[in-house]
Design a protein around this ligand. Structure first.
Ligand code: ADP
Ligand code: MG
Length: 242
């Protein structure tokens, strides 16, 4: 089930042009993520975490080095990569269902199959019953669930998460951490999470990659050895979930 979704970043460097001069924002990034692996990237603001995700997503092709997904060099954006940002970015004039459907607009699927996939992913994130609701009628946590449903509806090989829980209150963040773990296990999809919260990184991922800035580079890596399933079992947390 998890044989797809292996990512190789090889010798990637990236410059931006600032005031007519090149600014090196990524230097010699090398990273392998295995199929179905859940890794986190932590590091100070501006060290290039979002830039790496943007390159993997294919939004920006101006870089040196290679990025391969399942052995094939990525070229532009594609349905094989999904992303969730800190703000949900659901379109305000579309319902939840229409927002998730939009992600499948260019998918080579019959209409009935698309409808089924949309319903499945809305259910996956626990939003069944909210299909015809507009984004402003959803709480922050629910809107992020919607964004996760949209990111996964295309059945990507890899899901990129750019501080997806960063704007949520503490309790909602805990709940959605559990949801991310549950969804990861259910879908077997490779996940790369960028977060400011080191506890979150250690709790959710198999491996934490540490970056530093000036220019952005990988300075270390921690393998996380928590028992599986990594679900909070303390009575205190159980009562929080009510
Ligand atoms: P992070 O997500 O780790 O906070 P970013 O990847 O957003 O960092 O940014 C890395 C560096 O690149 C920062 O110094 C930022 O100011 C710079 N940067 C990001 N986007 C651009 C851009 N479009 N043009 C110029 N500089 C940029
Ligand atoms: Mg960022």
């Amino acid at each position: 089930m998890t044989q797809r979704g292996s990512l190789d970043i090889r010798k990637v460097s990236k410059n931006y042009e600032v005031d007519g001069r090149p600014l090196k924002v990524l230097s010699d990034i090398n990273l392998h993520v295995g199929p179905g692996e859940f890794i986190s990237i932590v590091g100070p603001s501006g060290c290039g975490k979002s830039t790496i995700l943007r390159l993997i997503l294919g939004l920006d092709t101006g870089y040196e080095g290679d990025i391969l997904l399942d052995g094939t060099r990525i070229a532009g954006t594609s349905l094989d990569r999904g992303i969730v940002f800190q703000d949900h970015r659901l379109l305000p004039w579309l319902t939840l269902e229409q927002n998730v459907s939009l992600a499948l607009e260019n998918a080579p699927l019959p209409a009935a199959e698309k409808r089924r996939t949309v319903a499945q992913h809305i259910a996956l994130v626990g939003l069944q019953g909210f299909e015809t609701v507009f984004p402003h009628q959803l709480s922050g946590g629910m809107a992020q669930r919607g964004a996760i449903a949209r990111g996964l509806a295309v059945r990507p090989r890899i899901l990129l998460l750019d501080e997806p829980l960063g704007a949520l209150d503490a309790l909602t963040r805990l709940r959605l951490q559990e949801e991310l773990l549950r969804i990861w296990k259910a879908e077997g999809v490779t996940m790369i999470l960028v977060t400011h919260d080191v506890d979150e990184a250690l709790y959710l991922s198999d491996r934490v990659v540490v970056m530093n800035s000036g220019p952005g580079r990988i300075v270390g890596e921690v393998a996380v050895d928590l028992p599986t399933p990594r679900v909070r079992t303390s009575p205190a947390f159980a009562s929080l979930k009510q």
